[in-house]
Ligand binder design. Structure first.
Ligand SMILES: *Cc1c(COP(=O)(O)O)cnc(C)c1O
Length: 227
């Protein structure tokens, strides 16, 4: 029974992580609504998606108490589709995007929580900001004026490699940077509490490097047919 395995995997992992104070986001991209409901029924309310069209469709059909996390590359012209319901956008990669999120959040009369995505991995295909760019956004007056967004932390992905020491070194670089900026005092619409690092293959390392939120797909649902 594949479905039982999925539910059990979620429950086991969620229990282990929650005792360490870490939120488990079940990455449900490409998964059917039936599979999502299996995990929902074992208690999961945090689901991560990387395509706007897919999350909009699932949000329409699935229970309203699900917290939808946008974890994929987000184009400015698509923010409006997720603005009414998205719980947390992990993948903010620039000030212009932040401004658009603010605009759409205002239209929906809400405040949208965001993470700034750090680029640390070797792959150029992975999106993200440099540490300098993160600081510019965090400490600028322009950001402080965006009252319909709240920056709650950072997201990062390690290089795809079997070299655990490399992954650990990248995560701890992010962790040190996170500690540096949280200690520095921040603008009023940034409350930096979340560090979203760790996926199926590296969440244990991430949890040793200060992760507060891990994004796990295959580790719960099994292998994906596509990314
Ligand atoms: C797909 C994806 C994940 C989950 O990956 P798994 O290896 O299936 O755990 C996490 N984060 C992001 C940004 C993703 O796109």
């Amino acid at each position: 029974m594949i479905l039982d395995t999925t539910g059990n995997r979620y429950r086991e992992l969620a229990e282990r992580l929650s005792s360490a104070g870490i939120t488990l986001v079940a990455v449900s991209k490409t998964r059917s609504e039936t599979d999502i409901m299996t995990v929902y029924d074992t208690g999961c309310r945090d689901f991560g998606e990387n395509r706007v069209q897919e999350v909009v469709e699932k949000e329409k059909n699935l229970p309203k108490d699900i917290r939808w996390h946008m974890i994929g590359y987000l184009q400015r012209n698509k923010v409006k589709y997720i603005a009414p319901f998205v719980h947390l956008i992990h993948s903010v990669t620039g000030f212009d995007l932040l401004k658009e999120i603010n605009k759409q959040a205002k239209k929906n009369d809400r405040v949208i929580d965001c993470l700034l995505q750090i680029h640390i991995a070797e792959e150029a295909t992975k999106h993200g900001l440099t540490f300098e760019e993160v600081k510019e956004i965090l400490f600028s007056q322009e950001t402080a004026e965006l009252v319909h967004i709240r920056i709650v932390g950072l997201m990062g992905m390690a290089t795809f490699t079997s070299d655990e020491e490399k992954v650990r070194s990248e995560f701890s670089t992010i962790q040190h940077f996170f500690n540096e900026i949280t200690a520095a005092g921040t603008v009023h619409n940034a409350i930096l509490t979340e560090l979203s690092i760790g996926m199926s293959d590296d969440y244990e390392i991430a949890s040793e490097c200060g992760s507060t939120m891990v994004r796990v797909g295959t580790g719960i649902f099994g292998l994906r047919a596509r990314h």
